[in-house]
Design a protein around this ligand. Structure first.
Ligand SMILES: [Zn+2]
Length: 682
């Protein structure tokens, strides 16, 4: 397969936690991810009032469906139709069509053994290919949970052998190669590595339905995280059979891009009515607590009194609306950077989900490998928030760059929620005109006031300390142990005159740059930008600040020059209190840092295009600092290390190296534009 027009490709467009919004393209059709594909049974499509694939697309907006090639194979009429006219004609559906191979049938009817499904593994792949399936699935072995390791290992070997053979016969059809391995995480990792190495471009995580059905969610979290770590960030990942809205936000946050649902119809046939966080039974319902077109036109009693087939279809349609609504919520949360809030909210409404999300505490490191370093909001509502990557990053990345805490003359501001009160701000200015520093006591730990405006400190929303949930309160107490007993700001500042010098603002610039960018080769970024400094009083001689006339807030940072305003190196972003890097700022970081730090390295013949201001495409990325996260400021160089552009990373460094489609960096300024605009030198 090629990545060219009409071929198969997957782009990551936005990231939040380990989740992402993306775009899957195949044969000229596009699917926005996270996506859900309803399972279509071609045997049931022609019944009166049946939900047709066309309705799934036109009314519900689903861009992709999945159907079972094993079912089609068993019916002469359906098989002949699909082979002569194609699957899209059979289904009456113009979107992307995926097919399954019969593995699930073998799980349901054959107790995990495929001997009951009398189909040849290659023949079923060829059939999917010949019916015009966009994405076909190999006949993998469904390993059930708790299968003894030796047996699970044998089954995995069979799956991989079939995958290799299937890849010889799939033709133009893309092939889904599932990760198996049961509940053995070592086998899951080996399976994911093998699937990636053999070059699969579409990867389901299989064998998880029994875990979902028995609410073994924490184990499922371990399986997803283990598989995803081994698969890397560039491949689209499909969680096979996970079509309940309750589990979807968490699965999406862990990096699952595609879901399928047979449950919408299966549940409906048993009278089961989905809600976001649980399943109700129509026999026990008084009202229909849902604004969907079905529920707003009828009530529970009427629904119950319908003939069975109509009742099933009505509940199926309701279930589809619930699934669609959840999917839209997930997509918009990723765009807003509030996926954590969605996941934590789901955990609060169902104890089984609470347990699953608590399982993320051990996967904080994994979440931090992809999660952007800033967001719109940072809500700490329950103890589960301790699994947010911000807690991990605070300890590992941020706190080490603060300098020793407590320092010689430090004071403490006891309540972080009061740091914006006018009397506190005035007291802070007074204190900073002396040689004192203020440390803010936050739920993450002690934070120097000069970086308090940057994400996540000012953006954090929590209850006051005496109202925090017990785990967060205990964490806050322990994290702030070093500053217990320091003199308190209010007491020391009482009677001091309000400071007038701008020492605090220039110190803020230097320290935010230090914490945001970190270090390279033993030097911090602020020293590369403004020169080495020991005394904050030196900083006003190094930089000049441009303040917004309207809001009074810092906007731009220039290097101070005796002749004039000096070059513009940084701009402060209002939304997260972090800096955007200007060309002259990038030139200084480039000169001061090691060969890979903050860098996206592109192929030499494409670098000049980025120099003219064009965005960086993943397929031209030759290397990238693995520490880069979505939203980070980065420098674009060629393989010789020549700086061509500065911009903002769209996706994390490891993913941009692996990915073949999509944009890696949105370029803000290129070398040529800067050269053209630079003032003449004398
Ligand atoms: Zn409804």
């Amino acid at each position: 397969m090629t990545d060219g027009e009409g071929g198969f490709s997957f782009e990551v467009l936005e990231q939040d936690l380990a989740g992402r919004a993306g775009r899957l393209r195949t044969r000229g059709r596009t699917v926005s991810t996270p996506a859900l594909m309803p399972v279509v049974n071609p045997n049931l499509m022609e019944a009166p009032d049946a939900i047709t694939p066309q309705e799934l697309s036109d009314t519900f907006g689903f861009e992709m469906v999945i159907t079972n090639s094993y079912i089609i194979r068993r019916s002469d009429r359906l098989r002949e139709w699909a082979l002569s006219e194609g699957l899209r004609s059979l289904l009456g559906f113009d979107g992307v069509v995926m097919t399954d191979s019969g593995t699930v049938q073998s799980y349901i009817y054959g107790s995990g053994s495929d001997t009951e499904v009398d189909v040849d593994p290659l023949e079923i792949v060829e059939l999917q290919r010949d019916m015009g399936s966009d994405i076909g699935t190999i006949l993998d072995r469904f390993t059930t949970p708790d299968t003894p390791r030796a047996q699970a290992e044998r089954e995995l070997a069979t799956t991989l052998e079939r995958a290799r053979a299937s890849m010889e016969v799939n033709g133009e059809m893309e092939l889904a190669v599932p990760v198996q391995g049961g509940t053995d995480l070592g086998l899951r990792r080996a399976s994911a590595e093998a699937v990636r190495e053999m070059g699969a471009k579409y990867v389901p995580i299989g064998g998880v339905v029994p875990l979902l059905e028995s609410y073994r969610y924490p184990e499922l979290v371990d399986i997803i995280c283990t598989s995803k770590q081994a698969l890397g960030g560039a491949l689209p990942v499909h969680l096979f059979g996970a079509g309940h809205p309750m589990f979807m936000p968490l699965a999406a946050a862990l990096g699952c891009d595609l879901f399928d649902s047979a449950s919408y119809a299966k549940f409906a046939s048993d009278g089961r009515y989905m809600t976001r966080s649980r399943t109700l039974h129509i026999e026990e319902m008084q009202d229909l607590p849902c604004p969907c077109p079905v529920c707003s036109r009828t009530d529970a009693a009427d629904l119950r009194s319908l003939p069975p087939a109509l009742r099933t279809n009505a509940i199926s349609r309701h279930n589809l609306w619930v699934l669609r609504t959840e999917l839209v919520s997930i997509r918009s949360a990723i765009a807003e950077g509030t996926l954590w809030e969605l996941v934590e909210g789901m955990a609060a409404s169902n104890p089984r989900m609470h347990l699953a999300v608590r399982g993320l505490l051990k996967w904080r490191g994994y979440l931090a490998t992809a999660a952007p370093r800033s967001s719109r909001r940072f809500m700490c509502s329950t103890d589960l928030s301790l699994a947010r990557p911000e807690f991990e990053r605070f300890c590992k990345e941020m706190a080490p760059s603060f300098g020793p805490i407590p320092g010689r003359n430090d004071l403490v501001l006891g309540d972080h929620t009061g740091a914006h009160r006018p009397d506190i701000v005035s007291a802070l200015r007074a204190v900073y005109s002396t040689d004192r520093r203020v440390i803010v006591r936050t739920p993450l730990g002690p934070v120097p006031y000069e970086v308090f405006e940057m994400y996540p400190f000012s953006q954090m929303v929590t209850a006051p300390e005496d109202g925090l949930p017990p785990g967060l309160a205990a964490h806050m107490l322990e994290a702030n142990a070093a500053i217990e007993g320091l003199p308190v700001l209010d007491e020391v500042a009482a009677g001091m005159e309000t400071g007038t010098q701008d020492g605090l603002d220039t110190l803020r610039v230097a320290m935010i740059a230090r914490v945001q960018f970190g270090m390279s080769g033993g030097r911090y970024a602020d020293e590369m930008l403004f020169g080495t400094w020991k005394d904050p009083a030196d900083l006003p001689t190094r930089m000049s600040l441009v303040v917004s006339k309207r809001t009074g807030k810092l906007r731009n940072v220039h290097l101070r020059s005796p002749e004039g305003p000096g070059v513009h190196v940084l701009s402060l972003r209002a939304e997260d209190g972090l800096f955007s890097l200007k060309w002259e700022g990038a030139v200084r970081l480039h000169a001061g840092s090691g060969p890979d730090r903050w860098r996206v390295i592109v192929e030499d013949d494409t670098a000049p295009f980025n120099g003219r201001g064009l965005n960086v495409f993943n397929k031209f990325v030759a290397g990238a600092d693995p520490r880069i996260r979505s939203g980070d400021e980065v420098m674009v160089t060629d393989t010789q290390g020549v700086l061509y552009a500065v911009g903002r990373a769209v996706i994390d460094g490891p993913t941009m190296v692996q990915a073949r489609a999509g944009i890696a960096v949105k370029v803000r300024e290129g070398r040529e534009k800067s050269l053209a605009e630079a003032p003449p030198s004398f």
